[in-house]
Design a protein around this ligand. Structure first.
Ligand code: HEM
Length: 354
C-alpha cells in the first residue's frame, strides 16, 4: 500500500545521497542529546521546568532563569530529535531503492527514542533512582550506536549491501577489534555505576548506590586502560599489515579519542568531580563509541574481490591475507585535503565498505 502511495504523481522518492545526509543528522542529534542530557543532570536542572509541554503553568517558554533555560533547551533538542528520527524513518520508506537494512535501523532509532522518552519519565517519577538514570544514559548510547550503523550502511552501494562482508585483517586482529566493543560497553556500565555512587545525581537528596566510589573508579579506569592497550595493539597491527589509509585513520582516531577520554576521566577524579570535565567525559564516551564502531565496520568490506568491475584497484596485499577491493587509496597531501576528504566521506556514498 505504501508503494502505491509513493507511486502517485507528485510523490517524491528519497535519493541515497539525501538519505545519507539525514542519517548523518541522526548521528549528530544523538551526540548533541547525550551532551545536553548530561549537562541537565550535572547542572541539576532536571526540574528547571515544572510543567509539560509548557515550561511552567503560566509560561510556554522558559523564564530567564539558568535551570529553566537549560531544561527548556534540552526539551527543544528532544523535539528536534523526534523530527529528525521521524524524517529518517519516512526517508527509509521512501528511499529508492528501499533497503531492508536501512529500514530496520531507522525503525530501531524510532523505537529507541520512544523507549528513551518513557524511561526518562519513569526515572523522574522514581526520584532519579541511579539504576534508571544509568539505563537512560546507556540507552542514549545504544541509539547513537544505531544511528552510527545507519549512517555507515547508507554509504554502502545498493548493489553491494547484500554481499557477504569480508574481513580486512587476519582473524586474531579481527577478534581484537571485536573485543573493543564489549570492553567499551563494560566501561560505560561501570561509568554509570561510578556516577550512581558519586556526587552528580542530578538533584540533592537523590538515592545513591552506596558502593565504594574509589573502588568503582578503579574498576572503571582499569577497563578503560585495557581498551586503550588493545586499541594501541590494533593500531600497530593495522600499520604493520599496511591496511588502507581509511582503516589506519580510523584506528588512529580510536587511540586518540581513548587517550582524551582517559585524560578527562582522570581530570574528573583529581578535580573531585568538577562538572566541566565530567560533561566532556560523558560526551567523549559518545565520540569513542562512534570511532570504535566505525573502525569495526570499516574492517568488513562489502565490495567483492580486488579488481571487480567499477571498483578502483586495491593496494598490493601484504603476504598472508587478501585485501578486499578498496576505493580510497590516495593519501591526502595536506591538512586541507585531509579535512576535505573527511567531510566529504561523511556525506558521499563509498564504493566499498572499507
Ligand atoms: C574507555 C574509556 C572510558 C569510557 C568509555 C568511559 C565512559 C564513562 C561514562 C559513560 C561515564 C558516565 C556515566 C554516567 O553519566 O552515568 C563515566 C564516568 C566516569 N568516568 Fe569514565 N570512561 C572511560 C575511562 C575512564 C578513565 C580512564 C577514568 C579514570 C579515572 C574514568 C573516570 C570516570 C569518573 C570519575 C566518572 C564519574 C563522572 C561523574 O560522575 O560525573 N573514566 N565514564
Amino acid at each position: 500500500m505504501i508503494d502505491n502511495v509513493l507511486q502517485q504523481p507528485g510523490m517524491r522518492q528519497v535519493s541515497p545521497r539525501l538519505f545519507r545526509r539525514l542519517s548523518l543528522a541522526a548521528v549528530l542529534a544523538s551526540l548533541a542529546l547525550l551532551a545536553s542530557g548530561a549537562w541537565v543532570r550535572l547542572s541539576e536542572s532536571g526540574l528547571g521546568c515544572s510543567a509539560w509541554p509548557a515550561c511552567t503553568h503560566h509560561r510556554l517558554v522558559a523564564p530567564d532563569r539558568y535551570h529553566s533555560l537549560i531544561e527548556f533547551s534540552n526539551r527543544m533538542l528532544i523535539t528536534a530529535m523526534a523530527v529528525i528520527f521521524l524524517a529518517v524513518l519516512a526517508a527509509a520508506i521512501a528511499r529508492s531503492p528501499r533497503r531492508r537494512d536501512l529500514l530496520w535501523l531507522s525503525t530501531g532509532l524510532a523505537i529507541g527514542y520512544a523507549a528513551e522518552a518513557v524511561l526518562g519519565g519513569i526515572a523522574v517519577l522514581a526520584k532519579l533512582a541511579p539504576a534508571l538514570v544509568a539505563a537512560h544514559l546507556i540507552l542514549s548510547l545504544v541509539i547513537l550506536s544505531c544511528a552510527t550503523a545507519l549512517h555507515w550502511r547508507s554509504a554502502i552501494p545498493d548493489e553491494a549491501a547484500g554481499k557477504r562482508p569480508e574481513p580486512v585483517l587476519p582473524q586474531p586482529a579481527m577478534l581484537g577489534a571485536y573485543g573493543l566493543i564489549p570492553l567499551f560497553w563494560a566501561s560505560v556500565v561501570m561509568g554509570t555505576i561510578v556516577t550512581g555512587s558519586g556526587p552528580h545525581s542530578g538533584k540533592p537528596g537523590t538515592p545513591r548506590f552506596h558502593l565504594s566510589l574509589g573502588g568503582m573508579v578503579q574498576i572503571h579506569a582499569a577497563i578503560g586502560l585495557l581498551s586503550y592497550g588493545l586499541a594501541l595493539g590494533l593500531l600497530a597491527a593495522v600499520l604493520a599489515q599496511h591496511c588502507p589509509p581509511p582503516v589506519q585513520r580510523r584506528a588512529l582516531a580510536v587511540v586518540v579519542l581513548l587517550t582524551l577520554q582517559g585524560a578527562l576521566g582522570y581530570s574528573v577524579w583529581f578535580s573531585a568531580f568538577s562538572v566541566i570535565p565530567s560533561e566532556l567525559h560523558i560526551a567523549g564516551a559518545g565520540f569513542v563509541l562512534v570511532a570504535i564502531e566505525r573502525f569495526n565496520l570499516g574492517l568488513l568490506a562489502h565490495c567483492g574481490r580486488p579488481g571487480s568491475a567499477g571498483l578502483a584497484e586495491a593496494p598490493p596485499a601484504p603476504s598472508g591475507y587478501e585485501v578486499p577491493a578498496v576505493l580510497e587509496t590516495a593519501e591526502p597531501s595536506s591538512a586541507a585535503n585531509a579535512f576535505l576528504a573527511f567531510t566529504s566521506s561523511l556525506t558521499e556514498t563509498r564504493s566499498c565498505g572499507v
